[in-house]
Design a protein around this ligand. Structure first.
Ligand code: ATP
Ligand code: MG
Ligand code: MG
Ligand code: MG
Length: 576
């Protein structure tokens, strides 16, 4: 029976398989030797592999061109996302990337974003930035259009470029200065609805990562400069990751070190004071900043940084920048007791905070704020991880009068997604309000924002899935699923190649447009096999001597590098 190839429908003039399926005709500049590229040995493996496999080229520091094969994979990630977003009723739009400074000034982020923001001026000297994220822009947009509760809820997302002048752009697409993000923003009438949205989106994100097929970890997270009250991150575990994730092997609780720091260090003490509900914990964080965290049954309620201006003055600034001051928390909560855990390194390591005088000032400030007696515990809490006790488990075990406590394990990880429950952090300053169902004052919209680092995911997949021969694409996002390599120009081989191509596309709908033929018969078979392994197609099928001898195609699985020789009529079943 005559099989009509899709190729023929689109390219009726082409002879046999069309140009777009031939390696010789597509833009795939693989390189075996990377000495000519501007990278060095410390670069992540994914970066080197993406250059060698012809996926990306550098334009300037942290700025890259994505070549056709990278874009094919990216589009597959986008498709997976689009489906899950449609399933939760989110609609796609596109926001500008050249943003006026006005809204950023109103939310305070024009200042707080610091030098990570790419700033520029137009010819009239008006200030702009290149969008690093879009909370301000979308809040203005929705705020203008939404007047009543009837127009809510709303879920809007986009997939586009973001710009951040990163201090240390590195590992290629893992930390770029221009990168691709999918960002979803949600708008609800009440905190409860917003929380339900948060849970729904979290489930959709889980499905997205399950479909991509790379193992991931969800961690309790700090919400940084974006702000908000509840936050989680999605991570791929990898030694080049810049985050440290602490995971309890017993209950599975995971937290980013940024978030967990205060929570983890003095666990023994926390567990023995668990009935006191709330504790205050001091610890030294990154850059020798003092971290103060407030815990409730071992769960972090709030984390703040203490910044010492000099040895006389200090101010407490909330790390999460969500307008919740640690002083307010101390004031407004009815503590049964306050325990202050002072890490010994506090007084010895930190140059800014050395002075005992300053320390005593901090303590008396805190004592003046809280209405209950405080007790101060000194200890060596900081140098205990990994091997601290899991907060969730330790609390359970204390409540059960059991002694078994579990160590937390630290893993390096790459942050690939981040979800934030924002509350009214943006809707309030930008006056995005609605008239509620029951007459009353206008209320600010309850928001959430949810980012997926698409270009970072692409690189992170490669970072976690490769071997000495090259990339190992998960089938879900491989640029092409199959590469057929005819060993020579011999007419039998050529015709069989065409037949194999037809057989595959007619057997599985999923293989339509997913097959490449490495027709560069001027290159040796060995060279082309190496190339195919470098690019990492899940399947490689070779038509060569063995085929001429026995009519069997060599089918190689990239992941296992195992070969199985199959007759044409066995291939269909094998793939299905
Ligand atoms: P990081 O901690 O790695 O700097 P972030 O916490 O600043 O990331 P978010 O503001 O949470 O990033 O942005 C959402 C997502 O965008 C991140 O989870 C990450 O996947 C991606 N992302 C952030 N910065 C970059 C970057 N410089 N290059 C590529 N992807 C990035
Ligand atoms: Mg960042
Ligand atoms: Mg982060
Ligand atoms: Mg983040």
């Amino acid at each position: 029976k005559k099989v009509i190839r899709t190729e023929e429908i689109f390219y009726p003039w082409s002879f046999g398989y069309s140009n777009r399926s031939c390696v010789s005709k597509i833009f795939l500049p693989t390189t075996k030797n990377t000495s000519s590229t501007k990278e060095n040995e410390q670069d992540g493996k994914s970066h080197r592999l993406m250059i060698r496999a012809g996926l990306i080229r550098q334009s300037s520091s942290g700025v890259y061109s994505l070549l056709p094969l990278a874009l094919r994979s990216l589009n597959k990630i986008e498709k997976i996302i689009d489906l899950e977003m449609t399933n939760i009723g989110a609609q796609k739009l596109s926001l500008p990337n050249l943003l006026s400074a006005n809204a950023w000034k109103r939310t305070g982020r024009w200042e707080s974003a610091g030098s990570e923001l790419f700033r520029l001026k137009d010819r009239k000297e008006s200030e702009f930035c290149l969008a690093p994220t879009h909370e301000e822009e979308i809040t203005l947009l929705v705020g203008h259009e939404v007047a009543s509760y009837r127009q809510l809820p709303l879920r809007l997302y986009q997939l586009g470029r973001k710009y951040r002048d990163e201090m240390r752009p590195r590992y290629g697409l893992l930390r770029g200065r221009e990168f691709i993000m999918k960002d979803l923003y949600t708008f609800d009438v009440s905190e409860e609805d917003a929380l339900r949205t948060y849970e729904e989106v979290s489930i959709a994100y889980k499905k997205i990562f399950e479909k991509i097929g790379v193992p991931f970890v969800i961690a309790d997270a700090d919400s940084g400069n974006i702000g908000g009250t509840k936050s989680h991150e999605f991570h791929f575990l990898s030694p080049v990751g810049e985050d440290l994730i602490l995971t309890c092997p017993h209950c599975g609780y995971s937290a980013n070190e940024e978030r967990a720091h205060g929570l983890v260090s003095p666990t023994k003490q926390i567990s023995s004071h668990v009935n006191q509900k709330q504790t205050v914990n001091f610890g030294i964080g990154k850059n020798n900043r003092l971290i103060i965290s407030i815990l409730e049954f071992g769960r972090v309620l709030n984390v703040s940084k203490l910044k010492a201006a000099n040895s006389e003055n200090f101010e407490i600034i909330p790390i999460r920048n969500d307008n919740v001051d640690i002083k307010d928390i101390l004031n407004n909560n009815n503590f049964e007791a306050v325990d202050i855990y002072v890490d010994n390194t506090f007084q010895t390591n930190s140059s800014d905070l050395k002075s005992n005088q300053l320390f005593n000032k901090i303590i008396s400030e805190i004592q003046s704020i809280v209405k209950h007696p405080t007790s101060i515990h000194h200890g060596d809490f900081h140098n205990t991880s990994p091997g601290d006790e899991c907060p969730v488990c330790s609390i359970t075990s204390v409540l059960n009068h059991s002694e078994s406590l579990y160590p937390l394990f630290g893993h390096r990880a790459i942050e690939v997604g981040h979800t934030f429950l924002l509350g009214t952090k943006y809707s309030e300053p930008l006056k995005a309000t609605f008239a509620p169902e029951n007459v009353g004052e206008l209320r600010p919209i309850q928001m959430g924002c949810y980012g997926l680092g698409i270009s970072r995911i692409l690189a992170a997949i490669i970072e976690t899935s490769h071997d000495e021969y090259g990339i190992i694409w998960p089938s879900s996002v491989a640029p092409y699923k199959v590469c057929i390599i005819p060993s020579s120009d011999e007419p039998t081989i050529q015709e069989s190649t065409r037949n194999l191509f037809d057989l595959l596309t007619s057997t599985s709908h999923e293989l339509n447009g997913e097959i490449l033929i490495d027709d560069r018969t001027n290159l040796s078979l060995g060279y082309r096999i190496k190339d195919s392994e470098l690019v990492g197609y899940p399947w490689m099928m070779i038509l060569g001597r063995r085929f001429l001898d026995s009519g069997r195609v060599e089918v190689h699985e990239r992941k296992t590098r195992q070969r199985i020789d199959l007759k044409f009529d066995e291939i269909g079943n094998f793939l299905l």
